[in-house]
Ligand binder design. Structure first.
Ligand SMILES: Cc1cc2nc3c(=O)[nH]c(=O)nc-3n(C[C@H](O)[C@H](O)[C@H](O)COP(=O)(O)O)c2cc1C
Length: 305
């Protein structure tokens, strides 16, 4: 269980732990819940789901490269109806709040998925505006107006808590964040993967069948932290889940200092499905070392030069 002092507020949500299992890295949560100690997490986000089944891209769709990993899964998912059918009996049995993740190609599609997620008791939906693998190649999260339109559609579809998941490729991340909050987002997840590419020297082919994919893991950390820092500075008090490259308790402290109130763990789960328990232990000992008893003493506490 998360010890006292490690709970945190994220907009309207009160989380028992700042650790959130990031979407797409823990399946639909129940598969992973058997191997991980899910009680150390504040929430776990299921893989993104679309209105209808998406077959995903052909192999290869995962490739380690540098200090991280490329993926081009193409959001393979069964579609919202089937997802709801599978998840309905499972959700109540898990020892961690499960958040949904919606993806689509239009604002209406996102809203339709969010409505479906709510029917099985999902209370929080992360809106995946930042998938790098959509076939039309247009990422919502690079455009404030398109992002706002999607968030408005989801927020007005029910009284679900809405998170906007943004992209480190958005140079004007503050503008996109402001648009999402104005559209009704309750919190921001910063960030999804960054666009990346790799090639095999032996067979001279891209590492991923789709060519360009999403880069995640430790190499992503400074790019995602740039987003957290800029948004937290420009919009004081913005509820932020920092996500990108976290592998240790110290990484968590860095994200909190930059302005995050909670953090997402993603790629680390592939090599270490139980990473949350270790990272929470490390966070606690970092806090002892720094003489800090409450997370809130760290949030946004980066000092200017
Ligand atoms: C294999 C894989 C699949 C992912 N699938 C999704 C997804 O379905 N929806 C989503 O919002 N993010 C998805 N992500 C992004 C992660 O949730 C996370 O934002 C990103 O990987 C950065 O964090 P990390 O460096 O800790 O992995 C995926 C990441 C990976 C590596």
């Amino acid at each position: 269980m998360a010890p006292d002092g490690l709970n945190t507020d994220l907009g309207p949500l009160h989380l028992r732990s700042p650790l959130i299992a990031a979407s797409g890295t823990v399946g639909s949560v129940w598969e992973w819940a058997d191997v991980a100690d899910v009680r150390v997490y504040g929430a776990a986000v299921a893989k993104s789901v679309a209105p209808t089944e998406w077959p995903g891209r052909p192999a290869p769709r995962l490739a380690p490269t540098g200090p991280g990993m490329l993926n081009g899964i193409g959001i393979q998912n069964p579609g919202i109806e089937k997802w709801v059918e599978t998840m309905r009996p499972l959700l109540g049995k898990l020892d961690v709040p499960v958040w949904g993740s919606a993806v689509g190609t239009t604002a209406e599609e996102f809203a339709l998925v969010a409505k479906g997620l709510v029917t099985v008791g999902i209370e929080v939906v992360e809106v995946n505006l930042s998938c790098p693998n959509l076939e039309d190649g247009r990422m919502f999260a690079l455009d404030p107006d398109r992002s706002r339109e999607v968030i408005e559609a989801v927020a007005s579809s029910s009284d679900v808590v809405v998170g906007a998941k943004l992209s480190p490729n958005a140079e004007q991340i503050v503008g996109v964040a402001e648009a999402c909050l104005a559209g009704g987002a309750d919190f921001l997840t910063l960030t999804n993967t960054a666009l990346g590419f790799g090639v095999s020297v032996e067979d001279r082919r891209p590492l991923l069948s789709g060519g360009v994919g999403g880069y995640s893991g430790p190499g992503l950390k400074p790019l995602s932290m740039r987003c957290v820092y800029e948004v937290a500075n420009a919009i004081p008090g913005a509820p932020i889940v920092g996500c990108g490259g976290i592998v240790s308790g110290r990484d968590v402290v860095e994200y909190l200092l930059a302005g995050a109130s909670a953090v997402g763990l993603g790629t680390v789960h592939f090599s270490e499905p139980r990473a949350g328990a270790r990272i929470l232990r490390e966070l606690r000992s970092e806090m002892r070392r720094l003489g800090v008893t409450e997370l809130r003493e760290l949030i946004g506490a980066v000092r200017p030069w």
